[in-house]
Design a protein around this ligand. Structure first.
Ligand code: FMN
Length: 219
C-alpha cells in the first residue's frame, strides 16, 4: 500500500474478530510511534498493552458510564457530530458494549514534564499540551492499518485517570492521553474516509481566503 492509501483508509474500527494479535504485530505498530515528532525530541510517549480479559472488563466498566452520558448528550443535541450518519452512534454503542472482547487495549501514557505546552497562559483550553503525544499515536494507527489491523482511538477513559493508573500501576508522574483498541477487523477497510473537502479547511495567506487546490479537489 502506498502512503496515501494508508492515510485515507485508516478508519475507526469498532467491530473486531476474536482472533488474537501476536506480540510481534503489536510491537511492529508501536515501533512506528518512536518516529513521531516531539518538542525538543523529548519523546514523552509510552504505552501499556492490556490483553488480559479481566483487566479489559474492569476498563470497560469504567468506560461505559461515560459513554452513556455522552450518547445521551448526542441524543439531546448537546454534542455535535461531524457526520449525519446515524450508523456511527450505533457502531460506537456496539463498540462500548463489547469493548472487553477486543483483543488488545493500548493505553497511551505521557510524561507531562516533557510536554512543553506553549499555550497555557492563554484564556482557553491548552491544545499544545498534546502536540508531542498524538503524532506518535497516529503513527501507530497508520502502521496498524498497513498490516491489516483495525484500531480505534478513545479518550473517554481519561475521565477516570486515577483509577486507570492504579489498575495499570502507572507511576505518579505519568499521565494518560488516550486508549487505542486493536484487532483484526470483521469488515473491510473503507477505500476513502468521509472528510470535509480541502477547500473548507485550507486558506491562502489569511484565514478564510480561498486556496487554489488544483487537481486535488477533483478526487
Ligand atoms: C479524541 C478522539 C476521541 C474519540 N473517542 C471515541 C470513543 O470514545 N468512541 C468511539 O467509538 N470512537 C471514538 N473516536 C473515533 C471518532 O468517532 C472517529 O475518529 C470519527 O467518527 C471518524 O471516523 P472514521 O475515522 O472511521 O471516519 C474518537 C476519536 C478521537 C480523535
Amino acid at each position: 500500500m502506498n502512503l496515501s492509501e494508508v492515510i485515507e483508509s485508516t478508519n475507526t474500527c469498532r467491530f473486531y474478530q476474536k482472533k488474537p494479535v501476536t506480540d510481534d504485530d503489536i510491537a511492529v505498530t508501536l515501533d512506528a510511534a518512536r518516529f513521531g515528532p516531539s518538542g525538543g525530541n523529548r519523546q514523552p510517549v509510552s504505552f501499556v498493552i492490556v490483553k488480559d480479559h479481566e483487566m479489559k472488563k474492569q476498563m470497560q466498566a469504567l468506560y461505559l458510564p461515560f459513554w452513556e452520558t455522552y450518547i445521551q448528550a448526542i441524543d439531546e443535541g448537546m454534542v455535535r457530530l461531524g457526520s449525519k450518519d446515524k450508523g456511527i452512534v450505533d457502531s460506537a454503542d456496539h463498540f462500548a458494549r463489547h469493548l472487553a472482547e477486543i483483543p488488545v487495549f493500548i493505553v497511551v501514557c505521557a510524561q507531562l514534564a516533557d510536554c512543553h505546552a506553549t499555550d497555557t497562559d492563554l484564556d482557553r483550553l491548552s491544545i499544545v499540551g498534546g502536540a508531542s503525544i498524538y503524532p506518535a499515536v497516529q503513527n501507530v494507527l497508520l502502521k496498524a492499518r498497513s498490516i491489516g489491523l483495525g484500531t480505534a482511538l478513545t479518550t473517554l477513559l481519561c475521565h477516570v485517570e486515577p483509577e486507570i493508573k492504579k489498575l495499570l500501576n502507572i507511576p505518579e508522574d505519568i499521565s494518560t492521553a488516550a486508549m487505542i483498541t486493536m484487532g483484526w477487523p470483521t469488515k473491510k477497510f473503507p477505500k476513502k474516509l468521509l472528510r470535509r473537502p480541502l477547500s473548507e479547511i485550507a486558506w491562502a495567506e489569511t484565514y478564510g481566503a480561498p486556496l487554489s487546490t488544483g487537481t486535488i479537489t477533483k478526487k
